[in-house]
Design a protein around this ligand. Structure first.
Ligand code: PHE
Length: 335
């Protein structure tokens, strides 16, 4: 028994002396664990004859103490836990970054391009008066042209609580069906030369499908000065379309009708092998200039209304307008 214990001691202490501190736990189990050889031998001591028992018992306990001490020394040579956990080579965590909505991106891009041409940005409310949205734009009540703008009317009780127009006291309220009322608002407050754009949200009461949304975005343009002609209109539109969709894109003006412009046009673009309708425009109607307190015998101008959703869809090959307001993150994260 004594020989076995001594042999175990020699083996154990030399192994511990040359061990890697990382193996501390393994060695501890091996030499002091419940199933260790030492424990096994200590268990046998009880069965020894009385005279051997005392000697072997003492030796066994000494070895156990010594091993515990050596193992503790080994444990102390282990690197500190925090130091070991810090690995400077592991890549850091990237907090997810937000991004701008694709419609906001297009709007920002358009604003930047128009600013480069000397336009400034104007604004108007989404809740408008019938005056500004229709009447002053030469679309009187009961005029058949109103059918082109399916309208969300507000209840009188809502309208009576606040009045977004400066003077339209008795006007009915609606969600603006286009950004054109900003033309009226701006003309009333400013003298020519006028050179503005007005991006914003617009509303139409209509069945939704892949190309129609009852909430959509437009960018209105208005330029008024002496001697402004269709040539200026065409030049500005051509420049912007080429900047935003590519220099290979061609434009053409096709005769059309809007009550607030005369003559009126649709802008078509030659895009990926097709003529596509892009936006309405025209020379500001003399009646509209008068409604904005501008003398049509002295000044002329052009206006246009561009669909921000439409241009974003063309730019990115998006086939369903409803995706924009769907809140679908898989879609939004593509931009
Ligand atoms: N307001 C028109 C629409 O939404 C577009 C337009 C604006 C046309 C300005 C001509 C001039 O349909």
């Amino acid at each position: 028994m004594e020989d076995k214990l001594k042999q175990l001691w020699l083996q154990a202490q030399s192994e511990i002396a040359s061990a890697n501190p990382a193996n501390y736990e393994i060695l501890r189990t091996k030499y002091l664990g419940r199933k260790s050889e030492l424990n096994h031998l200590l268990g046998q001591i009880a069965d020894l004859p009385i005279e051997q028992k005392a000697v072997a018992g003492q030796l066994g306990n000494q070895i156990k103490q010594q091993l515990a001490e050596r193992l503790n020394q080994l444990a102390e040579r282990q690197p500190k836990a925090e130091v070991e956990l810090f690995d400077p080579t592991i890549p850091g965590l990237h907090p997810p970054l937000g991004r701008l909505h694709p419609l906001t991106q297009t709007t920002n891009e358009l604003v930047k391009l128009f600013r480069g041409l000397g336009f400034s940005v104007a604004d108007g409310p989404e809740v408008e008066t019938e005056e500004n949205n229709f009447n002053l734009l030469n679309i009187p009540d009961n005029h058949p042209a109103r059918d082109a703008w399916d309208t969300f009317w507000l209840k009188e009780s809502v309208g009576s609580k606040f009045n977004p127009s400066a003077d339209g006291q008795n006007s009915k309220f609606l969600l603006r069906t286009h950004t054109s009322p900003v033309q009226i608002r701006y003309m009333k407050e400013h003298r020519p030369p006028i050179r503005i754009i007005a991006p914003g949200r617009t509303f139409r009461y209509e069945a939704e499908d892949a190309t129609h949304s009852s909430v959509f975005y437009q960018l209105e343009g208005l330029l008024i000065d002496r001697g402004i002609t269709v040539a200026h209109l065409k030049a500005v539109i051509d420049t912007i379309v080429k900047d935003i969709l590519g220099s290979e894109v061609k434009t053409r003006l096709r005769p059309s009708f809007f009550p607030f412009t005369e003559p009126s046009f649709e802008v078509d673009i030659w895009f990926k092998g097709h003529w596509l309708e892009l936006m309405g425009c025209g020379m500001v109607h003399p009646t509209v200039l008068k409604n904005g307190d501008i003398d049509p015998t002295e000044f002329s101008g052009f206006a246009f209304g561009l669909g921000i959703d439409r241009i974003t869809m063309l730019k990115h090959g998006i086939d369903d307008i409803r995706l924009f307001l769907s809140g679908n993150l898989d879609f939004l994260e593509e931009f």
